[in-house]
Design a protein around this ligand. Structure first.
Ligand code: AMP
Ligand code: FE
Ligand code: FE
Ligand code: ZN
Length: 281
């Protein structure tokens, strides 16, 4: 069984439509795929139809943007939550709106130094999609400023850059609580991805665990080996599930479907715990 529990479509910052992501998963020999767009479940219906067509099982999911009080960005994967839960919907709507204003601010700053307009960015965003820095990166690629998204992030768009602007997002423990309240299974995405920005300390882990965190995404290319050892210890001590995933973004990142996998035992636990919706088979 090949199970990949983290992938993006153009409903957020992936480059392919949900049905095409599922087709690519079938092509890559995956048996199970989770679609986990940032702050949106808009791709679930299309992905579900494609999953039945291609004989791939689809785990409906989402990646919730969070931010700690100190301003550290945290991504929380949610599996099998009720997409209509009001409390969770309200928070992701707030984050999604804030992402829009934030992208506009970043574009104004960037426009002082680069040939970039808001229209250039919007050109790369599917209607209704969750806006992110990758869309700004696409506009910089189109303008010939950088070669690809990776170069845009390393040179211009990193969280340490002077063009970087933060956006509202719920605190991680609140997001964990809301995901649980919506019948979902909360898993901390790439927890020690230090190349992306600052990573959280013990206190945030404790708060998330107390709020009902179910698992840690340990097998992800952005988690350095030293950090994985720490995470394995934490999972052991607190009985947390351990997942592995690709974080596929289509052509937007080098990550390939199935490059990290989750065991069938862990998927079975996720199915037992999740009560907001079901795996599509
Ligand atoms: P944002 O959501 O606007 O803060 O942008 C963060 C998103 O950018 C993440 O979800 C990643 O998918 C993407 N990202 C981060 N680093 C890179 C990179 N080096 N190359 C391509 N995409 C990246
Ligand atoms: Fe992303
Ligand atoms: Fe993420
Ligand atoms: Zn992701």
């Amino acid at each position: 069984m090949r199970i990949d529990l983290h992938a993006h479509s153009n409903v957020s910052d992936g480059t392919q439509a949900p049905a095409d992501v599922v087709a690519a998963a079938a092509e890559a020999g995956l048996d199970v795929l989770a679609l986990t767009d940032h702050d949106s479940t808009d791709g679930w219906a299309e992905a579900s139809r494609a999953a039945r067509e291609h004989g791939v099982a689809l785990v409906p999911g989402m990646e919730v943007s969070c931010r700690t009080a100190e301003g550290i960005s945290v991504h929380l994967l949610s599996y099998l939550h009720d997409p209509a839960h009001p409390g969770l919907l309200e928070e992701i709507a707030k984050a999604k709106d804030a992402r829009h204003t934030r992208a506009q601010r970043m574009v104004s700053l960037l426009a002082e130094d680069y040939p970039l307009t808001w229209d250039d960015v919007i050109h790369h965003v599917a209607p209704g999609a969750t806006l992110g820095r990758p869309h700004i990166a696409d506009a910089l690629v189109a303008a010939g400023v950088v070669e690809d998204r990776s170069e845009a992030f390393s040179a211009i768009l990193t969280s340490r850059s002077r063009y970087f602007v933060q956006h509202y997002a719920p605190e991680p423990a609140l997001a964990v609580e809301l995901v649980r309240a919506a019948g979902g299974v909360p898993v901390f995405a790439h927890p020690v991805a230090s190349a992306r920005g600052r990573i959280v300390g013990e206190r945030t882990y404790r708060e998330m665990i107390d709020a009902g965190l179910a698992g840690l995404e340990i097998y992800h290319r952005d988690n350095p080996e030293e950090g994985r050892e720490f995470l394995r210890g934490l999972a052991e001590r607190h009985g947390l599930l351990v997942t592995g995933s690709s974080d596929f973004h289509g052509a937007g990142k080098p990550n390939v479907l199935g490059e990290n996998l989750t065991t069938p035992e862990v998927l079975a636990r996720i199915e037992e715990l999740g009560s907001g919706t079901a795996v599509v088979r």
